[in-house]
Design a protein around this ligand. Structure first.
Ligand SMILES: *Cc1c(COP(=O)(O)O)cnc(C)c1O
Length: 463
């Protein structure tokens, strides 16, 4: 009988994170200030603690996971690698579908992998309080949990549409003593400015980030910093434990490398987490298709441009070299709130430019169709974000069937959907809508992207 759950002993949990910046064949472009200066660690000091800034800028290949962080991760890690045999049978595909189950963390997603690390580094640096933004509420709950573990205060600006659609996440944040505020809010200059211009806005991650950064840097005690749940290099670094575990687990069933690696991508962190260790193999010659999957509501990788752009609407963050739809872009209010971010992580963006990864896009209706197939075959109720990855998995498994190839597909099950049942209800009652953005709207938003500083698309041409 085929093994369908592959566990790893606690003693085999990875002790180091993997940094793709060490192996990218073309070096990363640096973040810039609006007037074109390269961002220095000093400039970031009001926003992040120095230890995380160093990590953000590091090109060291392997970075030790602090022991106290390991201790907390042990509460649910190593996460199981599972095989979706029922889905394989349903699709009558010769493909083998494996997935990492990140839904088993306290907050229900991969985000605790980095929230625990970030809270620990902040605590070491003497920080007392963290601010952040959250889309669907996943990152807010993950940071609330981690702050609780290390005794930090936590304030979360939650994108308005999710604040209203997903009240249960707010309760969870409160359970771990965090304060959750609907964004845009009247608490910050950035929030007040947006409300004056667009009083009925559903909000966006770009707006909420502006508010959270402002709240951190204007705190008079000087002991408040800001934490970001995705996009940045150090966040992606912390997630690589997913792919590193998967490598060990696949080896246990005799698989060196999968043929295809898939993850849904909002800011790119859970995707990077599973994909980067395999990207390293690909750089060294392995044949692996690596696919980040975005939502048609926010298609920055397939319809955006690679450019220097701000991470937030009020231009409080540096300019990052990334695939972007423009920091003023406000995507439709889809249920997969975590995929409503206008940009893609610079590390993922550079890997796409290099040709190491090929993005795909999924419409909301298809993602829910996939989530329902998943629930009816594999049993688990997945997060609306994750369902975008599953839609791609199903497509690839069907392709393998057509080609008659026994491909190994690996994907990341980034979170469960037990607090997101409203979207399922809508789909089942025929009320869920397609999520495509009109071409003109994308064109208009892209026209507002700063081009004062060119981001050259550098590549070796090897992939
Ligand atoms: C936040 C979230 C995402 C999207 O964020 P990434 O940084 O791209 O991983 C995907 N899935 C779930 C369950 C999430 O909570």
């Amino acid at each position: 009988m085929d093994q369908i759950k592959i566990f790893l002993d606690e003693k085999d949990m990875p002790r180091q994170w993997y940094n793709l910046a060490a192996d990218l064949p073309t070096p990363m472009l640096p973040p810039l200030t609006p007037d074109g200066q390269i961002v220095t660690p000093e400039m970031l000091a009001p926003v992040f603690p120095r230890n995380l800034i160093d990590q953000e800028m590091s090109t060291k290949r392997w970075i030790d996971i602090p022991e106290e962080v390991q201790q907390v991760l042990y509460q649910w890690r190593p996460a199981p690698l599972r095989r979706a045999v029922n889905l394989e049978k349903f699709l009558k595909t010769p493909a083998k579908i494996y997935y990492k189950d990140e839904s088993i963390s306290p907050a229900g997603s991969h985000k605790t992998n980095t929230s625990v690390a970030q809270a620990w580094y902040n605590k070491q640096a003497g920080v007392k309080s963290l601010t952040t933004e959250t889309g669907a509420g996943q990152w807010g709950t993950a940071l609330a949990f981690a702050c609780h573990v290390f005794g930090l205060e936590c304030k979360v600006f939650m994108v308005r549409v999710s604040f209203e659609q997903k009240p249960l996440r707010k309760i969870m944040m409160g359970l771990w003593n965090a304060k959750c505020i609907s964004s845009p809010s009247m608490e910050t200059q950035a929030g007040r400015a947006v409300l004056a211009e667009m009083p009925d806005t559903p909000g966006s991650l770009g707006i909420a980030i502006s508010e959270a950064v402002e709240a951190a840097v204007t705190d008079k005690t000087g002991k408040t910093r800001y934490a970001l749940g995705s996009v940045l290099n150090h966040v992606l670094l912390h997630q690589t434990i997913i792919g590193l575990e998967a490598q060990k687990q696949l080896k246990k069933v005799g698989i060196k490398n999968p043929d295809i690696v898939i993850g849904c991508a909002g800011g790119g962190s859970n995707f990077a987490g599973i994909a980067f260790p395999f990207t390293r193999e690909k750089i060294h010659g392995a044949k692996i298709e690596i696919i980040p999957v975005e939502s048609a509501a926010c298609p920055k990788m397939t319809k955006g441009r690679f450019a220097y752009d701000h991470g937030d609407i009020a231009a409080m963050t540096p300019l990052l070299p990334m695939h972007t739809l423009g920091s003023h872009f406000v995507p439709p209010a889809i249920h997969a709130g975590g995929l409503r971010y206008h940009g893609m992580a610079p590390l993922v963006s550079q890997a796409i430019v290099e040709g190491l990864m090929k993005p795909q896009v999924v419409d909301q209706l298809h993602s829910y169709e996939a989530a329902i197939i998943w629930a009816r075959t594999e049993g688990f109720v997945i997060a609306p974000e994750t369902s975008n990855a599953v839609a791609c998995v199903i497509n690839e498994a069907k392709k393998a069937k057509k080609e008659g190839k026994e491909k190994v597909i690996l994907f990341n099950l980034s979170g469960h959907g037990l607090l997101d049942l409203a979207g399922y209800d809508k789909y089942l009652s025929g009320k869920l809508e397609s999520s495509k953005v009109p071409h003109d709207e994308i064109k208009r938003s892209l026209a507002r992207v700063q081009v004062a500083h060119k981001a050259p698309a550098r590549k070796t041409g090897k992939w």
